[in-house]
Structure formats: C-alpha cells, structure tokens
Design a protein around this ligand. Structure first.
Ligand SMILES: Nc1ncnc2c1ncn2[C@@H]1O[C@H](COP(=O)(O)OP(=O)(O)OP(=O)(O)O)[C@@H](O)[C@H]1O
Ligand SMILES: [Mg+2]
Length: 272
C-alpha cells in the first residue's frame, strides 16, 4: 500500500499571538504520510493536534516550517483536501442533501454531476432515505455521517478528521469506526485522524504519531501491525491492549517529563 508521500510536514511550528501574550502551540513537528495511509495524531489536550490539522487545511498559516501536499506547499485551501470537524456543522435551514451540496456550490460546481458518488456515499453511511430531513431531525451520529459524506462528495484525496466522533457514545463510535474503515478501504483515501481515544487510534490506523504536551513535538511514532481487515473483535485481543497500553505509557511519560521541567500543568491532561 505504501507509495510516495502525499503529505510532508517539515518542522511545523505555530505561535499564536493572543491578548494574553504568545502561545507556542506546535514546535518543529515532522510527519510524512504516504498515499492511502491511515495516520492518527494523539497527545495531551492542548498539544497542538488541531493546530496542525487546521494548518494542513490552510485554515491558518504556520509560523515556521512547511506542509506540502502532492509536492506543493500549502498556502490556501486545496481541492484535494477534505476536512471533518468534531461538530458536524450542518446548516440547520438546509436539508441533508442540500448540506452535502454546499461545498460544491461554493466551489462553483454543479452538484448533480456528483450525484452518483453522493448516493453511493449515503448508502455506505446508511443515510439513504434521509436526504430531505433537516439536521434537527437527525441524530448526532447521522449528522456526523452526513458531514463525512459532505467532505468526501467532491472526491478529495486526503481527508483530515479532527475528533470527528468525540461527541458520540462509545457504541455509536464503534459503529462509526467500522464504517470509516469501510469507506477508507473502498475509496482508497489518505486519512489523517486526530483523537483523544487511544483505542480508536490503534483500531483505525496504520501509524500513530504521539505528540508531547504543548508545544507539540514528535515524541514517538508507532506502526500498528494489526492485520487488516480489522473486525471490531480485534479490540478485545491481548495484542491490541498491549499496543494501547504502550502508547498510553508514552503519553504519560511525555506529560511527566514536561511537568518535571515545569513546562506543563498536569490538570490539562485529557482523561483518556
Ligand atoms: N486561535 C488561537 N489563539 C490563541 N491560542 C490558541 C488558538 N488556537 C489554539 N490555541 C492554543 O494553542 C494550543 C494548542 O491548541 P490545539 O487546539 O491545537 O490543541 P489540541 O491538541 O487540539 O487539544 P485538544 O485535544 O484539547 O483538542 C492550546 O494551548 C490552545 O489554547
Ligand atoms: Mg483539538
């Protein structure tokens, strides 16, 4: 599956200028993602995961370093990149199908050209039949599935996902993870996924990047050698627990080291 890199993050650094002074969110972060890979970013809350993902989507610029996609430096929004956020952000006055059309309309495309593709995605996400429902008539899981269809409607090569299932209950989250792997395998996308849930990252990913507490740096990279396809039952196997435990320990050690150095307040650490 591995081929040439589609994403190259080189010494990504971000310092926000806020009213309370500068916030050093990300420091010299390196990452290489190959075409078709599923890569996750994990680390303590506030370590710069969203900051990096947003920079990859050109939602804000880096302070230093660079991000290249398909060999070109990211300087503005790119058609080959789709983004899914923690909240589905559907427009309440548009029905599901019209919400899916929205980015296409913004890009000046005729949505009907993409109808077959959209219908296929709706089927894969079990949303067929809900096309005329408004967001208020859909469950949280359905809204989030709709936002995935919206991001994939124009067939981006790369899908960036920032805690897309964070607001869902554990059972729905499992279902979403299975669905996401099905889509990833069928559509052959490259996915960069941010999560607080280490088991989720391990279940989904080919590789997991662990970040230090803020400012986020590279702490460790894990290759997840679990076989594919991955049934949910793999999450009850001892090898799975071993990897999850190993990654959690790495994160704890990173937090401990930063705390000893006085650079970090322990209460910031996320529950997982
Ligand atoms: N627009 C902004 N202005 C100032 N500081 C910001 C801004 N956005 C983020 N930060 C700060 O940058 C740091 C990194 O934030 P970021 O949202 O990237 O963390 P994260 O790893 O995604 O955390 P979480 O897991 O809680 O979502 C935090 O200290 C945050 O307060
Ligand atoms: Mg975040």
């Amino acid at each position: 599956m591995e081929s040439q890199p589609i994403i190259v993050v080189d010494k990504a650094t971000k310092i926000f200028q806020s009213e309370r002074g500068p916030v050093h969110a990300l420091n010299d972060f390196d990452m290489v993602v190959h075409t078709g890979e599923f890569v996750s970013l994990v680390g303590p809350s506030g370590c710069g995961k969203s900051t990096l993902l947003w920079a990859m989507a050109a939602l804000w610029p880096l302070s230093a370093g660079s991000i290249k996609i398909n060999g070109e430096e990211v300087t503005g929004p790119r058609r080959e990149v789709g983004m899914v956020f923690q909240s589905a952000n559907l427009l309440p006055w548009r029905n599901l199908m019209k919400n899916i059309y929205f980015p296409l309309e913004i890009m000046g495309e005729r949505p009907r050209r993409y109808q077959d593709r959209i219908d296929n995605l709706l089927e894969m996400t079990a949303l067929t039949g809900f096309e005329h429902h408004y967001p208020g008539e859909l469950s949280g899981g359905m809204q989030q599935r709709a936002s995935i269809v919206r991001a994939l409607s124009y067939d981006p090569q790369v899908l960036l996902m920032d805690e897309p299932f964070g607001a869902l209950d554990a059972f729905t989250r499992d279902e979403m993870n299975v669905m996401l792997l099905n889509i990833w395998e069928a559509a052959q996308k490259t996915i960069v996924f941010v999560t607080h849930q280490i088991p989720e990252a391990v279940y989904l990913s080919d590789r997991v990047y662990v970040m230090t507490p803020r400012p986020g740096r590279n702490l460790k990279e894990y290759k997840i050698d679990l076989p594919r396809p991955r049934p949910l039952s793999i999450t009850t196997e001892s090898r799975f627990f071993e990897i999850v435990g190993d990654i959690k320990n790495t994160i704890y050690q990173g937090v401990q080291k930063a705390t000893e150095e006085g650079a970090y307040e322990i209460e910031q650490f996320a529950h997982e």
